[in-house]
Design a protein around this ligand. Structure first.
Ligand code: UD1
Length: 421
């Protein structure tokens, strides 16, 4: 089993470039199924979840070529298999996007309930309700979902919560439905907008992505296109937090600063210097710190609120803050598995329901810790980088699912991190 060996307490210094967004790339790969021609996807991150989705596409019959690093060309025309096997679907959460894509394109989809991080119950009832509203007959037989429709018809759909997954899945199916679909209380995350832009480039009619009402007019045909995936908001935020945690000075390049406003605001409230800039070619954010952070309170919320995916690395930073912080997790009921590991390193954090009370300590100490899910893994990396001494981080396959070239990027910033196979 691979693990990371990290010797901490070294300020990160230098420049790091952000990769393509995982949570945009995955639904975009699924959306290629809707096209009648090949699509070229650029700025694809080289991460396990992307590899798993490419495996799913290939197993369905699509022809996937990778003409160069970070680029995949997907020809969906040979697809013959309208199902995703349980083994593949449970590898990652985003496999559920095949439901909307296959149903939209072929009028039939069969897929096992998705996998992904164990951070709460994570039902997919809004997705299924959305497909039913579009006219599909959806049956869940012990976790195997089939959805079938002779013809999808546009509908007015309201989401009880602004779910990223349900918004995108409904958008995918609605692109090929007859007539107009409205998604009310839609998610506004940057990756929702990127998927909409990809679909628009394929000829779809979508208005309002990025607001809480999205209107889609279905089309009979969608064509191929070329689309570069947006930079990863969560990867960028992770490096911002790691720079602050190690009292470093890091320029994070290839990002979209507006996607990171909640993180920048909270880091500044902690006393960290955050400078946004534009080289004329690309945007960057410089993060500088020379002291322990001040305690701040965090509440996770849908975009543009503080992202739940950065709650865990932010909790690691707050573990060494001056004073007491409260971290409230509003999206997933079980997203505090990292706390036990942080406490093993000397943190003083107690969890009560959806709130973690963090009593800041002067420093963390290296320990043998484990990633319990993807973003908990990011929290372990941040903690190990700032801790005194050496840490061993186990279960790093979770981290491989979402962070491209982590060792190389951190080593280039001066970190002492080694991946031991
Ligand atoms: C996606 C992201 C994940 C991120 C999360 C929130 C992917 C592959 N995953 O997860 O990284 O942490 O958005 O930004 O992009 N809900 C229901 N029923 C549903 C759907 C959602 O009750 O049918 C609830 C969820 O339990 C959760 C909330 O709605 O409490 C938001 O979930 P959602 O935005 O759908 O998250 P995911 O798509 O699971």
């Amino acid at each position: 089993m691979s693990y990371y060996k990290v010797t901490g307490n070294i300020p990160l210094k230098g420049e790091v470039s952000v990769s393509g967004s995982k949570n945009a790339a995955l639904p975009i790969l699924c959306a290629t199924v809707l096209a009648g021609e090949p699509c070229r996807i650029e700025n694809l991150p080289d991460i396990e979840d992307v590899n798993s989705l490419i495996e799913i596409l290939t197993a369905m019959g699509a022809v996937v070529t990778k003409p160069q690093k970070g680029v995949a060309v997907i020809d969906p025309r040979p697809i013959k298999e309208y199902r995703v096997s349980t083994e593949m679907a449970t590898k990652l959460r985003a496999s559920y996007y095949m439901l909307g894509s296959l149903l939209g394109r072929y009028g039939y989809a069969e897929i096992a309930e998705p996998g992904g991080c164990s951070i709460g119950q994570r039902p997919i009832d809004y997705h299924l309700r959305g497909m039913r509203a579009l006219g599909a007959n959806v049956i869940d037989r012990g976790g195997i979902i089939t959805a079938e429709a002779k013809e999808l018809r546009g509908a007015d759909i309201y989401l009880d919560m602004a779910s990223v997954g349900a918004t995108i899945n409904i958008m995918l199916a609605a692109c090929r439905a007859k007539g107009k679909t409205t998604i009310n209380n839609a998610a506004r995350e940057p990756h929702v907008v990127d998927v909409a832009n990809f679909l628009i480039a394929m000829g779809a009619s979508i208005r309002g992505a990025g607001t809480d009402v999205i209107r889609i007019v279905g089309r009979e045909e969608l064509h191929g296109c070329t689309h570069p995936v947006i930079p990863d908001q969560i990867e960028a935020g992770t490096y911002m937090i790691a720079a602050a945690a190690t009292k470093g000075n890091v320029i994070i390049k290839n990002l979209i600063p507006t996607h990171l406003e909640a993180i920048s605001a909270k880091l500044m409230e902690c006393g960290v210097e955050v400078i946004e800039g534009d080289t004329g070619k690309e945007f960057f954010i410089q993060v500088k710190a020379d002291e322990r952070p001040r305690a701040v309170n965090i509440r996770t919320l849908p975009y543009p609120g503080f992202p739940t995916d950065l709650q865990q690395p932010m909790t690691a930073l707050l573990a060494v803050a001056y004073g007491n912080s409260f971290v409230q997790e509003n999206l997933f009921e079980d997203r505090f598995n990292h706390v036990r590991e942080l406490n093993r390193m000397g943190a003083k954090i107690t969890v009560n329901g959806r709130t973690a009370a963090v009593a800041g300590v002067e420093r963390l100490f290296g320990a043998e810790i484990q990633a319990t899910d993807l973003r908990a893994g990011a929290a372990m990396i941040v903690a190990a980088l700032m801790a005194q001494g050496t840490s061993i981080i186990r279960n790093i396959h979770f981290i491989d699912r979402g962070y491209e070239n982590l060792t190389d990027k951190l080593t280039a910033l001066g970190a002492m991190i080694e991946r031991v196979e």
